[in-house]
Design a protein around this ligand. Structure first.
Ligand SMILES: CC(C)(COP(=O)(O)OP(=O)(O)OC[C@H]1O[C@@H](n2cnc3c(N)ncnc32)[C@H](O)[C@@H]1OP(=O)(O)O)[C@@H](O)C(=O)NCCC(=O)NCCS
Length: 313
């Protein structure tokens, strides 16, 4: 079967087939494994937002597997070279081709890119409940470095209630002149940075992203939060912050964007203050995720919440 696989990057002509494959990949896998509902609750073609955003950020940085005999797309994955690392995602294989080595070919291709381009690490966030993806990454050399709990909050139409949050008045819209400070903060806390992502979120060319920052009294930044609001995914993150209080203030502000709908948050599992606040806002646990790293990892010096769009690793 492996001889039947042709690898190439995705192009605009593939968008429709890609969206169809991505939608079927996740929905089929999650139904099969007891999720009891569609993972993507949007229309099939709306999942093309993943291609759109990843391709805007890092054009051509994707790898797709095609069946040489039929020309059908078997699977695809994006990769995102940043200043010091590469992040990987979103990974998907068409259900007709699960379990025959397509995922592994895609991961190997990306690791090869990481090695030949001199990056010291590749990062991703994968479901701890998905033994197929866990095995895929683990066998390819990724090591789980952090556990997150995924929670969903249904934000009331009238917004979140629950009194004043300390630091609320320090949260404001992100601006272009924050980009460098956001990078410095993320370097300090997570040992990575990705200025193109922050700038893209602030510019928001597709109208689905939003960014806020937490400014301290020295006019510098102690935290930032980005979110995505789209039929395929409502999610807070990435968020980088010095402590849990700052994170809570950023979460509270960004939740206002989601009045009358649901939103997903992926929170470091040991950060008790954050999760207790989220429970007070009626958060429901839905999944567990792992940060997985191939290569160097220096740990975190604060709070880092990931996102799946753009995948942050
Ligand atoms: C997860 C997913 C991408 C895996 O892709 P796949 O093409 O089916 O995976 P592969 O056939 O390449 O198998 C991957 C590896 O895991 C191994 N494997 C599978 N189950 C295993 C298990 N229980 N224990 C140990 N190894 C296992 C396979 O042998 C293979 O390793 P190898 O190449 O060293 O032999 C695919 O199931 C999928 O698209 N799922 C839905 C979407 C999704 O979950 N995406 C990932 C989000 S985090």
């Amino acid at each position: 079967m492996k001889d039947r696989i042709l690898l190439r990057s995705l192009c605009d002509d593939d968008i429709s087939e890609y969206a169809d494959m991505l939608y079927k990949s996740f929905n089929k896998w999650y139904w099969k494994h007891g999720w009891s509902k569609d993972y993507f609750g949007c229309r099939t073609q709306e999942t093309s937002i993943f291609y759109d955003i990843y391709n805007d950020l890092t054009p051509g940085k994707s790898v797709a597997a095609f069946d040489k005999n039929t020309g059908k797309m078997m699977g695809a994955c994006f990769y995102h070279p940043r200043e010091y690392h590469v992040s990987l995602g979103i990974m998907s294989v068409h259900p007709d081709y699960f379990g025959i080595g397509v995922g592994r070919r895609l991961v190997d291709h990306i690791i090869n890119y990481v090695k030949t381009n001199g990056y010291k690490s590749c990062r991703l966030v994968s479901s701890a409940m998905n033994i197929d993806s866990f095995s895929l990454y683990n066998r390819a050399g990724f090591i789980p470095r952090m556990t997150y709990q995924d929670v969903v909050i249904n934000v009331p139409v009238t917004g979140i209630v629950g009194g004043n949050i300390p630091g609320d008045d320090r949260v404001r819209e992100a601006r272009h002149d924050d980009v460098q400070k956001m990078a410095e903060l993320e370097m300090e806390i997570s040992k990575i940075k990705r200025e193109m992502d922050y700038r893209y979120s602030i510019d928001n060319p597709r109208g689905v992203l939003h960014a806020t920052v937490y400014e301290n009294n020295q006019q510098t930044i102690d935290g930032f939060m980005i979110s995505v609001k789209h039929p395929a995914l409502n999610m807070l993150g990435p968020c980088v912050a010095r402590d849990e209080e700052i994170t809570i203030a950023l979460i509270k502000r960004e939740l206002e964007r989601f009045k009358g709908t649901w939103v997903l948050l992926v929170v470091p599992i040991q950060k008790r203050k954050i999760i207790e606040q989220l429970y007070a806002w009626k958060a429901v646990n839905v999944e567990i995720h792992l940060k997985e790293v191939w290569g160097e990892f220096e740990g975190f010096n604060g709070i880092a919440m990931p996102s799946f769009l753009p995948e942050t690793g």
